[in-house]
Design a protein around this ligand. Structure first.
Ligand SMILES: *[C@@H]1O[C@H](CO)[C@@H](O)[C@H](O)[C@H]1NC(C)=O
Ligand SMILES: *[C@@H]1O[C@H](CO)[C@@H](O)[C@H](O)[C@H]1NC(C)=O
Ligand SMILES: *[C@@H]1O[C@H](CO)[C@@H](O)[C@H](O)[C@H]1NC(C)=O
Ligand SMILES: *[C@@H]1O[C@H](CO)[C@@H](O)[C@H](O)[C@H]1NC(C)=O
Ligand SMILES: *[C@@H]1O[C@H](CO)[C@@H](O)[C@H](O)[C@H]1NC(C)=O
Ligand SMILES: *[C@@H]1O[C@H](CO)[C@@H](O)[C@H](O)[C@H]1NC(C)=O
Length: 936
C-alpha cells in the first residue's frame, strides 16, 4: 500500500502547490465585516450602528435618527450634522493574530479630518479625503492589553468648522472678494474634501463625514508582501504626454507596485498578458527593475503585432487583456501577484499649432484642441458627469452600469468627469473600459483659487500620486485636467494689479506641483491645468514641468482652445451668433425642472407649484452664497425657466393644478432640450468650418438629487427631454438647420462623424401645420440626390432667407415648417459592415409660441406582437411628441420628443431599467405633444 500512499501524497502536494502557487497570503481583515458604532461628542444621546464604507448621514438615516436627507428642505435642516464631530468605533477585532511581524491599518479613503486610535493609542491624524493612508500599528498591537481584541476609533472633526478655522489661521492666504465660488458653506478651497459637499448650483450641501472607502487590517508574516496600489502605463515607445504618438512603434508596458512589507533583495518581476479567452499573449520578465521605498517598478516592450487595439464605442472593439505581475524572490519564490485589466490604445489631446496641411484644408490658424484615439481624429460626443449622489457610499456598480447604458444608448462616447467631486471608483473605469466610454478625468479643484503653502501642496502631491497610479491602467482614461473653469473664469476674476501674483500661485499648484507627479507616473495621458483654456503655448520636455500656458497671448483671426458657454437671457437662446466659435465645446447648458414623477420623490403633493418655497429652495441656481434660506437667488433661476418657456412655446394653463405643474415642468424641459440641440447642431456643423470643432460635451449628464438642474437624466435614471434629444442629434449622420435670427438667413447642413466620406440623399420640403405641402421656391418635396459629406465633416445643402423666401410665396412664417431628411449608407469606423444612417429634423420659421399649431390628433397604442408603442398623428403635424409613463418604473424609449407628420405611424421600442409596478406602468403610458399645452 505504500506506493499508493506516496502517489496520494504527491497529488495532495501538487494540489496544495496549485492553490498557493503564489505567495503566502497576508492576513487581511476587511473592516466592512466588523461592527461599528457612530457617536458624537456634540450629541451624547446619539449612539447608532455604523457601517464601513459609510458617511454619518447614511448611518443616522438607517437608524431613523433623521429622515431621508434628500427629502424637502433637509439640505438646510441637517446642517448640524456637518457642523459636528463624529466618532466611528469598531467592535473589538477578533481574528487578529498576535504573532504577525507587521500589522497595518489601511484606509482607502477617510472623509476628511480624522484622529485615529488603535487599542486606545493615538495612531495618526488625516486631512485629505482623496488619499490612501496606511499606518504601522505593530508596536501598538504588541502593547495592546484589551481582552476582547483591539478596537479602532476614528474621530471625525467637523469639516465646516475646520474649513472656517483654517481660513482664519494667521498668515493664511486670501483672495479678492468673489473669487471663491461660494455656494453654501464657505472656505471649501482650504480643505481637500469633495468641493460640492459644501454646496453647488445643482446639488445640496451636506458636508458629510465618514470612512467613505474600504479599510483593512493587514497582517504580514516575515516574508509577506501586500500590494496597496499598482500603476500600469502602456504607451508607444518614445511617447510623451501631449506629444502625438507614433503609431508605428511597439508598446512599452511599465508596471509599478506600491507594497507593504519587505521584498527579498533579489526580487524580480514577471509578467503575463492573457486575452479574453485566457490564452497567454506574451509573458516574461520585466526589465530595468528599480526599487524605492515600498515600490518596485519594471518595464517591457510589447511587440505591436501581438495585441489588438482598444477603441471607444462606435469606433471599434473594446479589446481588453489581463495583465498579471508576479514579484519573484530568490529560489523562484513568488512573493506577490497583482492582476489588472488593461487595454492598448493611445489617446492624446492635440493642442499643436494648426499645420500648413490643415490651413490648406481651410482650417483657421491658431492651435488645435481635440482628441485623437490610436492616431485618429474623432468627434467627441457627450456630456459632463457630476457625482451621482451626495453620498458616494450609496453609488453601486449597478447604478453606474444603468447610467452608462444610458450614455451609450444616448450615442455618447465621452464624459467629462467634472473636477470638484471625487476621483471615480475603479468599478466606474472598469465599466467604461468595457463599454467604450472615454472618461476625461480631473483633479478635484474648481471655481476657486487655492492656497499654495507647503503643507497644502505636499498634501495635493500625495493625492495626485495615489490617484494617478490607481487609475492609469484603464484604457477609458482619456485625459487629466487640473480643475474646473480656472483659467477662463477664476483668473479673470482677479483684478489686474494682482493678476501676476495669483497666476504664479495657480501655476505653482496646477503646473509645478501636479505635472511632475502626473508625468512621472504616466506617459500615456495628456494634461491641461484647467478644464477650459486657450491651451499651451510651448512644451519643453527638458524641463521637469514642460508646459507653458498660452493664456491671452492670442493672435487675432486665430482660434485656440475649448469653450464654455452659459447665457441665461433666453431672448438670445436661439441666436446662433451668440454661441462661441471654438475647437471643442466642453460645457454649455441651461437648467430645467425635473418631471412630476421625480418631484414626488422629494416633496409633498401640496408643494407642487412654481411659487412654493420648498420647490424654489431646491433650486440652487442662483446659489444662496451663504447658509441663509433666502428665496431671492433661486427665484431668479425659476424666472429664467419660466421666461424661456413663455418666450418660445405655447404655455400650459390647465385647470388641474398638478397637471398644470407637470405640463410646465415638461415645457421647461422642452426649452432646455431645444436650446442644447441648437448648440450641438452649431458645434457639429463646425466640424466642416474653419474652427474645425471636434467636440460637444454639454452640461450635465445626470442628477444627484431631485431638483431643477442642467441634467438630462433625473436622479433615479428617468430621461428628461434633453437626453432623448441629445441621443437624436448625436447620431452619426444628421441633417441640421442653421438659422440667423436677425437676418432670417437659413442654411441646411448634413453633418457626419464617420471616418470615411459618405454619399447622402437629402430631402427637404415645406409644409403647413396640417401637413399640406407649401409651394415654396426651394420646392416642396425637393429631392437633392447624392450630397457628398467628407469624413468628420459637414456639407451645406441649402442657403436661403426665410423672410424673402416665404413672403415672395405669400406664406405666413407662423404656418411654415421645413422638414429635412437625410439617408446615407456607410460603415462605422473600423468596421466593414455597411448600414443605413437616417435622420430627420424640422425647422419652424417662427417661434413655436407664435406658430399656428393645430390639433395633430395624436393616437397611441401598444403593438403586442412587436412589443412596441405605436404613435400616430392623424390630423396635423405633431411637435415634441412625448411618451410619458407613471412613477415606480424607469423606462427608456428608443425615441421620444420627436416630431410626426400626419398619417405616419412611428413604432417606439423601450427598455425597462427598473420596475416596482409589476408591469402596470405600461397601462399608464400616455402621449402628448406641444398642442396639449394649448388645451386647458
Ligand atoms: C460641536 O462641538 C464643537 C466643539 O465644541 C463645536 O465647535 C461645534 O460648534 C459643535 N457643533 C454643533 C452643531 O453644536
Ligand atoms: C472636534 O474635532 C476637532 C478636530 O479633530 C477637535 O479639535 C475638537 O476638539 C473636537 N471637538 C470635540 C467636542 O470633540
Ligand atoms: C463658517 O463661517 C460662515 C461664514 O462666516 C458662518 O456662516 C458659519 O456659521 C461658519 N460655520 C461654522 C460651522 O462655524
Ligand atoms: C480576465 O480574467 C478574469 C478572471 O480572472 C476573466 O473572467 C476575464 O474574462 C479575463 N478577461 C480578459 C480580458 O482576459
Ligand atoms: C531599459 O533601460 C535601457 C537603458 O536605460 C533602455 O535603453 C531600455 O529602453 C529600457 N527598456 C525598457 C523596456 O524600458
Ligand atoms: C506670445 O507668444 C509668442 C509665440 O507665439 C511668444 O514669442 C511670446 O513670447 C509670447 N508672449 C508672451 C508675453 O508670453
Amino acid at each position: 500500500m505504500k506506493p499508493h500512499w506516496n502517489i496520494l501524497q504527491t497529488i495532495l502536494a501538487i494540489a496544495t502547490l496549485a492553490s498557493t502557487a503564489c505567495c503566502q497570503q497576508p492576513h487581511v481583515l476587511d473592516l466592512s465585516t466588523v461592527g461599528w458604532t457612530v457617536t458624537s461628542p456634540n450629541y451624547t444621546n446619539i449612539n447608532v450602528p455604523g457601517r464601513l464604507p459609510s458617511q454619518v448621514h447614511l448611518d443616522l438615516y438607517a437608524a431613523k435618527v433623521i429622515e431621508n436627507p434628500l427629502w424637502g428642505l433637509n439640505d438646510f435642516n441637517l446642517r448640524w450634522i456637518g457642523d459636528s464631530n463624529w466618532t466611528y468605533t469598531s467592535a473589538p477585532l477578533t481574528g487578529i493574530s498576535r504573532n504577525a511581524s507587521q500589522t497595518y491599518l489601511l484606509f482607502n479613503g477617510l472623509d476628511t479630518f480624522t484622529s485615529i486610535q488603535f487599542c486606545g493609542y493615538h495612531v495618526a491624524a488625516t486631512n485629505n479625503q482623496f488619499r490612501q493612508y496606511w499606518f504601522d500599528v505593530s508596536d501598538l498591537l504588541r502593547n495592546c492589553s484589551s481582552r476582547g481584541g483591539p478596537m479602532i476609533k476614528i474621530d471625525f472633526g467637523s469639516a465646516t468648522v475646520i474649513a472656517n478655522a483654517t481660513a482664519e489661521l494667521p498668515g493664511q492666504e486670501t483672495w479678492p472678494p468673489g473669487v471663491e465660488g461660494w455656494f453654501e458653506f464657505p472656505n471649501r478651497q482650504f480643505i481637500r474634501k469633495e468641493q460640492n459637499d459644501f454646496g453647488w448650483d445643482w446639488g445640496p450641501a451636506f458636508a458629510p463625514a465618514g470612512p467613505w472607502q474600504p479599510a483593512y487590517v493587514i497582517q504580514l508574516g516575515a516574508e509577506d508582501v501586500y500590494a496597496r496600489n499598482t500603476l500600469v502605463d502602456t504607451y508607444r515607445e518614445g511617447q510623451l504626454p501631449l506629444m502625438i504618438p507614433d503609431q508605428s512603434k511597439n508598446w512599452v508596458l511599465n508596471a509599478s507596485i506600491d507594497y507593504l512589507g519587505s521584498l527579498p533583495l533579489d526580487a524580480i518581476l514577471n509578467f503575463r498578458i492573457s486575452d479574453g479567452s485566457g490564452r497567454t499573449v506574451l509573458s516574461g520578465p520585466l526589465n530595468n527593475v528599480t526599487s524605492g521605498i515600498g515600490v518596485i517598478t519594471g518595464s517591457s516592450v510589447i511587440p505591436k503585432e501581438l495585441v489588438e487595439l482598444w477603441w471607444p464605442v462606435g469606433m471599434g472593439p473594446q479589446t481588453l487583456y489581463n495583465l498579471t505581475i508576479d514579484v519573484v524572490g530568490g529560489g523562484n519564490r513568488s512573493v506577490l501577484s497583482v492582476e489588472k485589466r488593461i487595454g492598448f490604445r493611445t489617446i492624446v489631446l492635440n493642442e499643436w499649432p494648426v499645420t500648413e496641411a490643415q490651413l490648406a484644408q481651410g482650417i483657421a490658424p491658431g492651435n488645435n484642441w481635440h482628441f485623437e484615439i490610436n492616431g485618429h481624429e474623432f468627434y467627441a460626443k457627450g456630456s459632463n458627469f457630476i457625482p451621482p449622489d451626495p453620498f458616494w457610499p450609496t453609488v453601486t456598480k449597478e447604478r453606474i452600469r444603468q447610467l452608462f447604458e444610458s450614455v451609450v444608448d444616448g450615442n455618447q462616447n465621452m464624459l467629462r468627469i467634472w473636477s470638484s467631486g471625487a476621483y471615480s471608483p475603479d468599478f466606474m473605469y472598469d465599466l467604461a473600459d468595457e463599454m467604450g466610454i472615454l472618461l476625461w478625468s480631473e483633479f478635484e479643484f474648481g471655481d476657486a483659487l487655492y492656497p499654495v503653502d507647503k503643507g497644502f501642496l505636499q498634501n495635493v502631491a500625495e493625492e495626485v500620486n495615489y490617484q494617478t497610479r490607481r487609475i492609469n491602467h484603464h484604457p477609458s482614461l482619456a485625459f487629466w485636467a487640473g480643475g474646473n473653469e480656472l483659467e477662463n473664469l477664476e483668473l479673470s476674476l482677479v483684478p489686474w494689479g494682482s493678476r501676476d501674483r495669483y497666476t504664479a500661485e495657480y501655476e505653482s499648484l496646477f503646473l509645478d506641483t501636479i505635472v511632475p507627479v502626473l508625468f512621472g507616473n504616466s506617459r500615456s495621458v495628456s494634461y491641461s491645468p484647467s478644464s477650459t483654456s486657450n491651451g499651451w503655448l510651448e512644451l519643453d520636455f527638458t524641463k521637469v514641468q514642460p508646459i507653458t500656458e498660452r493664456y491671452h497671448n492670442l493672435t487675432s483671426g486665430s482660434i485656440y482652445g475649448n469653450t464654455d458657454h452659459y447665457n441665461y437671457d433666453s431672448l438670445s437662446s436661439f441666436n446662433t451668433s451668440s454661441y462661441p466659435i471654438g475647437r471643442f465645446a466642453n460645457e454649455f447648458g441651461y437648467h430645467s425642472m425635473p418631471s412630476l414623477q421625480t418631484w414626488l420623490q422629494a416633496v409633498s403633493p401640496s408643494d407642487l407649484s412654481f411659487d412654493n418655497p420648498t420647490v424654489i429652495l431646491r433650486n440652487h441656481h442662483y446659489p444662496q452664497g451663504s447658509l441663509a434660506q433666502n428665496l431671492d437667488n433661486p427665484s431668479r433661476g425659476m424666472e429664467e425657466m419660466e421666461d424661456a418657456a413663455r418666450l418660445w412655446y405655447p404655455v400650459p394653463n390647465k385647470t388641474d393644478k398638478v397637471a398644470n405643474f407637470s405640463a410646465w415642468c415638461h415645457t421647461t424641459q422642452i426649452f432646455q432640450a431645444d436650446y442644447y440641440k441648437s448648440q450641438i447642431q452649431f458645434y457639429r456643423r463646425g466640424s466642416g468650418l474653419p474652427e474645425r470643432n471636434l467636440g460637444s460635451l454639454y452640461w450635465q449628464l445626470e442628477d444627484q438629487w431631485q431638483a431643477p438642474t442642467w441634467a438630462g437624466i433625473e436622479y433615479d435614471g428617468r430621461w428628461k427631454v434633453l437626453h432623448y434629444v441629445a441621443k437624436d442629434i448625436y447620431e452619426s449622420v444628421v441633417v441640421v438647420p442653421w438659422f440667423e435670427v436677425q437676418s432670417g438667413d437659413l442654411e441646411v447642413w448634413v453633418v457626419s462623424d464617420l471616418w470615411k466620406g459618405v454619399e447622402a440623399k437629402v430631402q427637404l420640403g415645406w409644409f403647413d401645420w396640417s401637413g399640406r405641402p407649401l409651394n415654396v421656391s426651394t420646392g416642396a418635396g425637393t429631392k437633392m440626390e447624392n450630397v457628398n459629406v467628407g469624413a468628420i465633416n459637414a456639407t451645406r445643402v441649402l442657403a436661403t432667407n426665410t423672410n424673402t423666401l416665404l413672403s415672395s410665396a405669400g406664406i405666413d412664417p407662423r404656418d411654415a415648417l421645413l422638414r429635412m431628411r437625410v439617408s446615407a449608407t456607410g460603415s462605422p469606423p473600423n468596421s466593414n459592415v455597411e448600414r443605413k444612417f437616417e435622420h430627420e429634423n424640422w425647422f419652424h420659421a417662427s417661434p413655436l409660441s407664435e406658430s399656428r399649431l393645430i390639433d395633430p390628433g395624436l393616437e397611441i397604442s401598444h403593438n403586442n406582437s412587436t412589443q412596441k408603442f405605436v404613435v400616430k398623428a392623424t390630423k396635423g403635424v405633431a411637435a415634441w411628441v412625448w411618451l410619458d409613463y407613471p412613477s415606480g418604473a424607469v423606462v427608456t424609449f428608443d425615441a421620444n420628443a420627436f416630431w410626426l407628420a400626419p398619417g405616419e405611424a412611428k413604432e417606439v421600442g423601450y427598455k425597462v431599467k427598473s420596475d416596482t409596478t409589476g408591469e402596470t406602468w405600461m397601462k399608464g403610458v400616455s402621449g402628448r405633444s406641444l398642442w396639449d399645452n394649448t388645451v386647458p
